[in-house]
Write a protein that binds this ligand. Structure first.
Ligand code: Z16
Length: 835
């Protein structure tokens, strides 16, 4: 292959060489020339930056050659559109994927620095809320690892998910200034900026060929500037691009206002435009209907589609083949306005007729649904939508009218069905229903776990399933073993590799080979030792950061995820109170010592979730200081749970709490990360728990609770939480302890809203599942006493997690939806002249 470099330029060894002396020299060179520092006056951040640039240099060869290969071969490409990418820190992951972790660690040690410290220094890009955003990050890792031409498109939020602090037991939100010290992993591409229109009106006209056309005259225009980050696959040459868009003001706008002498007006206009990508909306699974959020969605979608079209033009490809060149995945409904925007671009800007444009559009998009919760389904007030996007609303009307004609033909005289399926909700104030638009505009629709995909077909998207059964499919979520095993749990990864080799990192099914070592006492001992060491690490961390002593020999029982009523952190709390009550009643009770760890953020406007955090902290205050407990129970709420911290938490768990009300958690992905690291799961038959249990074997999984079907039957039959409260003394006592003010310094009002929600509504059936949960927890406590048996089950969990690699998920998407072949990238050897 032809070198991408002009003949007379050589890539310097200091920027590509990977032997230890070169790495040290390169590091000091970057410290000097980029940070403008020398060791004596360098801060930890200077060292981090110098190392980050040293590693980035070693990515560039692969990145630029990947770009060049795609440019030249113009292969079919996956475009993953997502409003969120919850990447987590880059440095460690890039070291793993480059295969440089150990040599760089040594190089830093030689220079008197600790790699662990430097890794700690990185501010993570928290450009997502939780599962959905982290899934997008795992998927771009796997796409690169599988050598698939792919690009991730999203938003470069200036402020990502807020930092959480706890004050007096309550969550306090702090803005996430992640860009404060610069971001060495991104490259701004101002030369590739694009314009995005908003508001205004449309005008019809007849073009020179006598055809009816529409022109959109916007009220304002905003610039989108791409910021690119390389996403390197594990031990491959493929480094794909994550392209995030930043909003900026257009010069023309400044110019007009300046001309009118309105300096402040111009500056105001500028900051208005830049607001679009200022901040991530911190809601997980509830939508707010805010205009700025809709503007964010359209902004990044329009930039991305224009970018794809421009790329095809550069490659001399005709737009007639857009759908052959791109498979675009819509990560939830957030980017769904893309269906209307691609139609507009093809119709208005590229002169296609309707049928041709619609044919292309509906062969391009595929839609992933991530939730059944009705409050999470996006619908935009028609007035707002129409005033921001007058042209798109017209296009949506046309799509809808043609679609409803189709429905009428398939289901004659079924007026209720038409009302339900219409893209426009006309039941009261009118709305645009984004899920309906996504279903109509996509060739494939998938849920994220078997149960979820089945429930979608039966409930939320039932009408669409009857209309288009062939569009529906399941892709069970997965997570990347690079970040969540190799990087986060090197002790375990090394132990595994020492037994079965390292092929499992790319072929996670190979973990099965561990089953051959089940009967090897020595292996089981080593496995247990690793878990204990990792627990000790976390205990040390908690000692230093919280000044709380926890015992690594106790059972580490962890629930780490967004705080939400359906996830039932308060059911976990009821169990803690129950154990507490039992010990109070019988201080010499022989209990299995447990450490309960919680982590997670509440949406700032979600009062009940914030009250749950306060409750957990209040219980912790009482339990941790009650001498009767004799340190047998400890409760810690871990502040500011994020990807970086998650990487410490998963490896240290003995027990993973996956206790959502059956039918509510679409998949869950934390459940997979815990299990991969040897935690046993206590869980309901919900989301991917079902498949995890199938994979690891029911004897290696702690199951409790109602099934999804039982949940809906119970609700239909008229569920009454009081029946459970009145007939279960332990449950009654636990709830009474909360309502009496026992955990709130005698104040009976503090937790009243929470208690009332349980006693008068209990939408998530905590009371119905309580007894089953407690009995299951008692079995867990018993099981943990037989440590030999526990380790056995734990090993089986790790050995049988192959299915839950995001590599498998991506292979499913490729085979069933995208049909994009892999492309090998060659990276020519450059001279290594300096050594
Ligand atoms: C989200 O993180 C999820 C769903 C959703 O509608 C919105 C957000 Cl921000 C989560 C699901 O709750 C979880 O079950 C699933 O594993 C994850 O998306 C990825 O699919």
């Amino acid at each position: 292959m032809v070198s991408i470099l002009p003949n007379n330029i050589q890539i310097e060894d200091d920027r590509t060489g990977i032997n230890i002396e070169t790495l040290k020299r390169a590091f000091l060179d970057n410290l000097f020339y980029i940070q403008a520092k020398f060791p004596k006056i360098s801060t930890k951040n200077d060292y981090y930056m110098a190392l980050a640039y040293t590693v980035r240099d070693r990515l560039l060869n692969r990145w630029l050659n990947t770009t060049e290969t795609y440019l030249e071969k113009a292969p079919r490409t996956v475009a993953y559109l997502s409003a969120e990418f919850l990447l987590g820190p880059h440095l460690g992951n890039n070291l793993i994927n480059l295969g440089l972790y150990n040599v760089v660690k040594q190089a830093m040690e030689d220079l008197g620095l600790s790699l662990t410290d430097l890794l700690e220094q990185e501010e993570e890009p928290g450009l997502g809320n939780g599962g959905l955003g982290r899934l997008a990050a795992c998927y771009i890792d796997s796409l690169a690892t599988l050598e698939i031409p792919a690009i991730g498109y999203g938003i470069r939020y200036e402020y990502g998910i807020f930092d959480q602090e706890i004050k007096d037991g309550w969550q306090v939100e702090i803005t996430d200034k992640w860009l404060r010290y610069g971001n060495p992993w991104e490259v701004a591409r101002p030369e590739a900026e694009l314009e995005v229109k908003f508001g205004g009106h449309t005008e019809d006209f007849i073009d020179e060929h006598g055809r009816y056309r529409v022109k959109w005259i916007p009220f304002k225009v905003v610039k989108g500037v791409p910021y690119d980050t390389p996403i390197l696959g594990f031990q491959t040459n493929t480094a794909n691009t994550l392209r995030l868009w930043k909003a900026e003001a257009t010069e023309s706008f400044d110019f007009e206002a300046f001309n009118k002498g309105d300096y402040f007006g111009a500056v105001h206009e500028k900051s208005e435009s830049e607001n679009i990508t200022k901040v991530l909306y911190p809601n997980d699974e509830s939508y707010e209907g805010k205009q700025l959020r809709l503007e964010q969605q359209f902004f990044f979608v329009s930039c991305s589609l224009q970018d794809m079209i421009r790329m095809m033009q550069v490659q001399n490809l005709t737009l007639e083949r857009f759908h052959e060149h791109y498979a675009i995945q819509l990560n939830d409904t957030h980017p769904t306005i893309a269906v209307a925007e691609l139609m507009r671009l093809l119709l208005d800007e590229h002169g296609f007729d309707w049928d041709k444009a619609w044919n292309i559009t509906t062969k391009t998009f595929a839609y992933t649904n991530h939730t059944l919760l009705p409050e999470a389904l996006e619908r935009w007030s028609l007035n707002m939508f129409g005033s921001l996007f007058p042209r798109h609303l017209k296009i949506i009307y046309e799509i809808n009218s043609r679609f409803l004609d189709e429905v009428r033909i398939k289901f004659p005289d079924d007026f209720d069905r038409l009302r339900r399926m219409s893209i426009i909700d006309e039941s009261g104030e009118r709305y645009v229903r984004m899920a309906n638009l996504a279903c109509v505009g996509s060739f494939a629709i998938n849920g994220v776990a078997e149960l979820h995909s089945e429930l979608l077909k039966k409930t939320t998207l039932h009408d669409f399933y009857e209309m288009y059964p062939e569009k529906f499919t399941n892709v069970t979520n997965g997570v990347t073993p690079r970040r969540f095993m190799v990087l986060s749990n090197p002790r375990l990864a090394n132990l595994i590799t020492s037994k079965i080799g390292d092929s499992w990192v790319k072929n996670l099914d190979d973990l099965r080979k561990l089953e051959n070592f089940l009967y090897d006492t020595n292996f089981r001992k080593e496995f247990h030792k690793v878990k204990q060491e990792v627990k000790q690490d976390l205990a040390n961390y908690i000692q230093t950061s919280y000044n709380i002593t926890i015992d690594p020999n106790s059972l580490f029982d962890i629930q780490a995820k967004r705080i939400h009523e359906y996830k039932r952190q308060h059911l976990n709390a009821l169990h803690i109170i129950t154990l507490y009550n039992r010990i109070k009643a019988n201080p010499n009770l022989d209990v299995t010592p447990r450490t309960f760890l919680f982590g997670g953020k509440a949406a700032p406007g979600y009062y009940m979730a914030k009250l749950i955090i306060k409750l957990i902290n209040s219980i912790a205050d009482v339990v941790n200081t009650d001498p009767d407990m004799r340190d047998r129970l400890k409760v810690v709420f871990l502040t500011d749970y994020n990807v970086k911290f998650a990487q410490r938490v998963y490896p240290a768990a003995d027990l993973s709490e996956q206790i959502s009300t059956a039918g509510k958690e679409a998949s869950g992905t934390g459940n997979m990360k815990f299990s991969m690291n040897g935690a046993l799961t206590i869980g309901t038959l919900d989301g991917a728990n079902i498949e995890i249990r199938e994979a690891v074997g029911e004897e290696n999984f702690f199951l409790f609770g109602l099934t999804a079907q039982e949940v809906s039957q119970k609700k239909a039959a008229g569920y009454n939480p009081w029946d459970y409260y009145n007939s279960n003394p332990e449950l009654k006592l636990a709830i009474d302890r909360i309502s009496s003010g026992f955990f709130s310094h005698g104040d009976p009002n503090l937790f009243k809203p929470l208690v009332d929600s349980l006693l008068y509504r209990d939408d998530y059936l905590l009371l119905a599942d309580y007894q089953s949960y407690i009995e299951c927890q008692d079995r867990v406590s018993q099981a943990y006493r037989d440590r030999e048996k526990w380790v056995w089950m734990s090993i089986l969990n790790v050995a049988r997690m192959g299915k839950f690699s995001s590599d498998r998920s991506i292979s499913d998407y490729l085979k069933n939806i995208w049909k994009v072949p892999s492309v090998k990238v060659d990276v020519p050897e450059y001279s290594q002249s300096n050594d």
